[in-house]
Design a protein around this ligand. Sequence first.
Ligand code: F6P
Length: 325
Amino acid sequence: MNHPVKRIGVLTSGGDAPGMNAAIRAVVRGCLYRGIECVGIRRGYNGLINGDILRMDAGTVTHIINRGGTILYTARSDEFRTPEGQQRAAATCKLLGLDGIVAIGGDGTFRGAEALAKTGVSVVGVPATIDNDIVCTDYTIGFDTASNTAVDAIDRLRDTMQSHERCSVVEVMGRNAGHLALYVGLAVGATAVLMPEMPMDFDRDVVEKIRRARLAGKTHFMIVVAEGAGSAMEIGDKIHQELGLDPRVTILGHIQRGGTPTARDRVMATRMGYTAVEVLLAGKTNRVVCSQHGSMVDVDIEEGLSMKKGLNQEQCDALEAMTGL
Ligand code: F6P
């Protein structure tokens, strides 16, 4: 792309994540700093298809750095998955004179960005999902806030589980990935953590760990289950059958996606949003902004999504040691 960038569009797509607003703000302020216009596109790729836009300036992003959710709304667009939808979105970009798009979201958002880039529109992705499952980046916006929300909820559960000497089974989000469950499990000192990346052997991974904890003098137990690892209700039932305990099951659900973003999420979102504008200004397209070893880099979207992100091995080793007594 050789012509100068004068106007950029920004959208949020897929499941929301705390810190998305901080990323929108960073894109808008990054554009203003560079003397270019920024347009907000509402409701993800649907907004691009339908021309559902909002002119952005410093006023429209004031007081949003601290707010969860996304002021631009979000959606998963079925129409955009079709070639016709993608052509309509590209036509809107042309009509609106958009020289580039910043797409904030997770892997589905980046697949969309890739498709849009193929139509000739310059696109850069910013990773925002509580799942932290994008392989090319060490971090995705929202993970820290979601982890802290889950930890806070589990700490509260622990109080009552301890009083009643009960077992708690808590399901956390993460879709097909266990990053959130692993991190939260470490943070709460779980008795056991079940993750989709590690095929479960119920006797070894649950029964044995509870038995050992009992032998060590524990009278309450905390089992963290990633939603992709199986049904928390079924695991609770099995614990009842095999160990005679009377577990209480809690599914944390969308609570994990809301709330005030932590300082880490605000700072990562600000750095990533700012970098996305710089990447577009450098004439690049089909890129995703990534945090790698503490620095911001940009990588090809295809390359960035090419593999499933493995669990952090050092965290897994620590968990094994902490739950293996
Ligand atoms: O990808 C983020 C996420 O919260 C996953 O952890 C979860 O599986 C999914 O979105 C839930 O999606 P929805 O909001 O459509 O129920």
